[in-house]
Design a protein around this ligand. Structure first.
Ligand SMILES: Cc1ncc(COP(=O)(O)O)c(C=O)c1O
Length: 452
């Protein structure tokens, strides 16, 4: 086979995004402004309807989709602000899978909370093979101090939220909502905790924009008729990543979404996100441009993590293209599935009757190899020009988390899953020939290392 160069996950930026960025630059408004607000409404409409082409400039759309999504500069910021709006802080426990990227846990650490890691189920979910938490272990980990559980839709595969809501519902009697400390943030957090009335489900959907699942429980936690819902409309609060390697990118970037709560206006929650993301300043730059409206107040010494209109310009045109980008990922997955099934290699299953993933990562596990042999396969594929990766080395193996006292020996399922895992390149710049080449390179490297 003729050698090709296949990168792992380059951004797919077309002339449409480039033209929109140029327009934003020429418009005279480059920081958070009209494009960011429009992207927020379009994302809310996409989450609610699955349509990427809803006209979100009309008064009806502003009423229907405004104040439901907030765009920020990363998923890490979105997750941290979700936790801060929920009032998570010192003395609280936050349950996180041991098998994830550091941001899923570090946002809770930034808030001063205690992270409680839970191992994944042996070999992941039986149907999708996704390294989801062991949900019985999750339920057992809930204590009177637990405020939040952070499920991670790894690779774009939607976790079993019905099971997660069932776990936190069963532990409802243990939940102790915090009382207001009299500040605007403390008052809102207390009302949110009381309205939810149990451990909050705060999804890390960094990988899963556009993914969906048939669920019988969402925000209220109560059982209802099964219905297909997209990520962002399932958990109490959700964070998305628009980092350069993600399916949908704004270079860096992210967003938060939340479910409506009884007795709390979405506009109040949206407003608190604005304050938290912009120094606690009660007027943003756009509001200050109004005649005579220079004066502002600082209501909290907060953070700076807003999205700019330059980033939103990329996002607006990415969203136009997003359904097509998801379909292309699906086509490549079908090619990879065929090869892996032929070779007896276990892989993520991105589509089941109940679940459609966002086709973000293609994780494979090669039976009977050591982690050393896994690394050899990665090297051999790199020699053949194919860049691969490993998602993820479990957090208890990382220096920072070891220093906090975590030990991978306590998370054997996470270790086993990681030891024989390789992530194949999956992106929309791959041609059919590229995808076929990746399969040939995989076959050759596995044969070389396993000797058969
Ligand atoms: C599972 C997961 N959560 C959170 C993040 C953080 O995303 P961001 O870089 O947008 O903060 C990432 C980034 O790769 C991730 O993979």
């Amino acid at each position: 086979m003729e050698k090709r160069t296949i990168s792992f996950s380059p951004p797919d930026i077309s002339e449409l995004e480039i033209a929109e960025v140029a327009e934003a630059l020429r418009s005279g408004w480059i920081t958070t402004g009209p494009r960011t607000k429009l992207l927020e409404r379009r994302l809310a409409a996409y989450i609610a309807t699955g349509r990427a082409d809803v006209d979100c400039g009309t008064d009806e759309a502003i009423a229907a989709y405004g104040n439901k999504v907030v765009c920020l500069n990363s998923a890490t910021a979105a997750e941290e602000l979700n936790l801060r709006i929920l009032g998570v802080g010192p003395g609280d426990e936050v349950i996180v899978p041991a098998y994830t990227y550091t941001a899923s846990a570090s946002a809770a650490i930034h808030c001063g909370a205690t992270v409680v890691f839970v191992d994944i189920a042996k070999d992941g979910d039986p149907e999708t093979h996704c390294p989801e938490m062991d949900y019985d272990a999750l339920e057992a980990a809930v204590t009177e101090k637990t405020k939040v559980v952070i499920p991670v839709d790894l690779g774009g595969i939607v976790c079993d939220y019905d099971r997660i809501f069932e776990a936190v519902e069963r532990k409802r009697s243990l939940f102790r909502p915090k009382e207001s400390d009299g500040t605007p943030l403390g008052d809102l957090s207390s009302r949110i905790q009381k309205a939810i009335g149990r451990v909050a489900v705060v999804a890390d959907c960094a990988h899963s924009l556009g993914a969906s699942r048939i669920v019988s429980r969402t925000g209220s936690g109560r059982l209802a008729a099964p219905e297909r819902k997209r990520c962002g409309a399932i958990a109490d609060m959700t964070s998305f990543s628009f980092h350069a390697v993600k399916n949908f990118t704004t270079a860096e970037g992210g967003a938060s979404a939340w479910l409506p709560l009884d007795g709390i206006d979405d506009a109040e929650i949206y407003r608190m996100f604005q304050l938290l993301s912009l120094h606690g300043q009660n007027k943003d730059a756009l509001a200050k441009t109004k005649a005579g409206a220079w004066e502002y107040d600082i209501i909290g010494p907060w953070y700076k993590c807003n999205m700019t209109d330059i980033m939103a310009a990329i996002g607006l045109r990415q969203l136009d293209r997003y359904p097509g980008l998801l379909e292309r990922r699906h086509e490549i997955i079908r090619v990879y599935d065929e090869t892996c099934d032929e070779l007896g290699i276990s892989h993520l299953v991105h589509q089941t009757e109940a679940m459609q993933s966002s086709n973000h990562l293609y994780l494979i596990r090669i039976p009977g190899i050591s982690d050393g042999q896994r690394n050899e396969i990665i090297e051999k594929m790199a020699e053949l020009g194919v860049m691969t990766n490993v998602h993820y080395k479990p957090l208890p193996m990382m220096t920072a988390y070891r220093a906090m006292g975590w030990d991978i020996k306590d998370f054997p399922n996470s270790y086993d899953y990681y030891a024989d895992l390789i992530s194949l390149p999956l992106h929309t710049l791959l041609s059919d020939e590229d995808a076929a080449y990746v399969c040939e390179a995989l076959k050759a490297a596995v044969k070389d290392v396993r000797g058969c």
